[in-house]
Design a protein around this ligand. Sequence first.
Ligand code: 4HQ
Length: 245
Amino acid sequence: MKFSIITIFPAIFDPYLNEGVLKRALQKRLIEVEVHNLRDYTQDKHRSVDDYPYGGGSGMVMKPGPFFSAVETLHPDAAGRRVIMLSPAGKKFDQEMAVELSKEERSLVFLCGRYEAIDERVSTSLADDEVSIGDYVLTGGEMPALVIIDAVARLVSGVLGDEHSAEIESFSWGILDYPHYTRPPVYKGLAVPETLLSGNHKDIVQWRRKQALRRTVKQRPELLEKTTLSEEDQRLMREIKEESA
Ligand code: 4HQ
């Protein structure tokens, strides 16, 4: 899986990519990340990437030229690239999009903007997708690009150990995760739920599923609209409702 990043702050990326799971994935050549400085694709002696907005108003706008030059120079074959512009106006990134992107054969090229905005012609005529990581305003597209790369890279085969591969395939996202515990069995008077200490695997699986459903109803009920619950899940849901009644 190949990721390419275009930014005026290339130094942001190395520290994050060179730790943990992503560092190992890079070492194993399961993913490849190139970081390019947008200013290398400017023409003027000041290497300017922004200018005043047509029509007036506050803030600066990123010029289209450097983004077009960077993409066309670095990825001249349009069929081999998928250009993703980070913007709060984009489609909201979620796990479903992460799965879709993880199956992409083309290089994923991330355009990271700074300042007030990027000239509209970048989104309409250079980017294939405009993506947002959430409804808040950041100072740049660099963290959104890292968020997406992180979520996509862990879905690439071999990046997580086998211990986690079942989780990726299964239903485990769509509803919230169940609560996790480790030693000690009692900490500051707070006990681990007894089912988890029982050694009864069937009971544990059912307890976890019910907790996951309970948590989802309470904290993220809208997630349940997207999911189809099994007969067993529906039974557990009835139990949850009766318990709270
Ligand atoms: N920005 N999801 C403004 C974001 C953002 C987001 C990126 C701020 C682009 C110019 N990007 N720049 N939220 O807030 O993706």
